[in-house]
Design a protein around this ligand. Sequence first.
Ligand code: NAD
Ligand code: IPM
Ligand code: MN
Length: 362
Amino acid sequence: MEFNITVLPGDGIGPEVITEGVKVLETVGRKFGHRFNLTYDDVGGAAIDKYGVALRPETVEAASKADAVLFGAVGGPKWDDPRARVRPEDGILAIRKGLGVFANIRPVKVFPDLVDSSVLKPEVLEGVDMLVIRELTGGLYYALPKRRQQTKHGWTGVDTLRYSQQEIERVLRVGFELARGRKKKLASIDKANVLETSRLWRQVATELGPEYPDVELEHVLVDTCAMQLVQRPSRFDVIVAENTFGDILTDEAAVLAASMGLLPSASLAGIPMEGRRARGLYEPIHGTAPDIAGRGIANPVATILSAALMMRYSLGLTEEAAAVERAVGQVLTDGCRTPDIAGDGDRAVSTTEMGDKVVEAL
Ligand code: NAD
Ligand code: IPM
Ligand code: MN
């Protein structure tokens, strides 16, 4: 089969990890007889430097015609001046919105071989296997007004937290559907004790519940959820949260897996269906890691696993996706470790070596 993929490496370690993701993609192409036509473009700081904007309309146009988008990461100290007119992060926000990918699926699994790489105790990590679904195109990130303003009492800043019933309902449905295919447990996260949007969220979740009688729905306050994620993470199966909560909770969840460099994500405009074709955006959950960028030591696994999710949810390549996931597991079993997951006495490998090992295992 033949597929058109838009590749947006971005900044910092983005291009480093994307190189390995693409290497794995091309290996799958050779091994399984597929052709991936890759179109590269600039996004984030790289696009600001070249074009003065974080994402060009023609990039969105091309991405929305492609079968899928593979995205690295954007941002960095060079573009971090709070007075700057444009920000690299505008690029990722615009492509998510432009593609309408409201459901961001972030699987959190603990590789058995990495239990000792986590700062948490092995017994806490036992049985951890969850899906966090983060609402991705609404809430605090996008709603207007959003501005800074000088008043006679000094500056004020405003962000707006707004959700419509429809935005809440469609992402919750993704949660219910995915829970159905798993342990049939859905934790809906909110801050209903304080926020009006959260009270609406809880109301919508409660009203949807009877449509999914086989799924056990519970409401968990976000602060409690944050605590339980490190105290007793295995109690969670599928979690659905609004944009900001989902962002923060998944960085926390990366600690369970041992590193930010391990968690992939898939963003879709509907209910994910394995083996079907639906346009999606695939990105590791981590950022540009300015502290290690340019040194060739970033962990490419999150990006490689994002490419696997792309095969599963956007390209209809279920078997190929599983092969990539198995290859990653094998490489970790073989003791291959980038510095972020290396223990005392382990010889750490480079980004390139890690990618090569996955290719070899395939
Ligand atoms: P970060 O995720 O870039 O890094 C956090 C920590 O995790 C760092 O210590 C980093 O070295 C480590 N880390 C992250 N990815 C890693 C990998 N693949 N291998 C090994 N270690 C890894 O978060 P940050 O430092 O807060 O943000 C840096 C920049 O990235 C900011 O400009 C931020 O806006 C941007 N960012 C972009 C995205 C995205 O494009 N999707 C996501 C998050 C952050
Ligand atoms: C992520 C990142 C982004 C987000 C930033 C860079 C805009 O933190 O993908 O998790 O908050 O969505
Ligand atoms: Mn984040």
